[in-house]
Write a protein of this length. Structure first.
Length: 135
């Protein structure tokens, strides 16, 4: 869950994002799952765009704490005005998880995202760190 506001850019935007995922542990080494993402973006208080992304993924636990995986996302962007645009993205990633308590993990993740030209031909490298609560 996130909220961002960029008032200084050439095109001011406010974004609200919800991004849950579901993971099934197939065995000690392999996880399968899906990530669901909804993004609502408003530009200058006028135009609005909604983005829906569904990304099935597979993960392999290489060594304890280090997971390698890949997501293939199917994206649809629906602006308030104009035609919807659909595309795909591919996101290979590496994730390291260190257990702090039985329910709390410290996570570091690096991924490289390649988005199809239909959506915007954007290739990005992302580094993330956070705390995960398991329930």
């Amino acid at each position: 869950l996130s909220f961002t506001s960029d008032e200084d850019g050439a095109e001011a935007a406010t974004t609200f994002r919800v991004e849950p995922d579901v993971t099934y542990k197939l065995n000690d080494k392999v996880n399968l799952g899906a990530e669901f993402e909804f993004i609502h973006t408003g530009y200058d208080g006028e135009a609005v765009a909604n983005t829906l992304r569904v990304a099935p993924f597979a993960e392999y636990v290489a060594i304890q704490g280090l997971t390698l995986g890949a997501k293939v996302g199917f994206i649809n962007v629906s602006p308030d005005e104009g035609d919807s645009v659909s595309g795909t993205d591919i996101k290979p990633y590496a994730k390291y998880v260190k257990a702090l308590t039985p329910a709390l993990d410290l996570t570091a993740e690096s991924n490289y995202e390649v988005i199809s030209e239909d959506i915007g031909d954007l290739n990005t490298l992302t580094l993330q760190a956070g705390v995960t609560y398991k329930f």
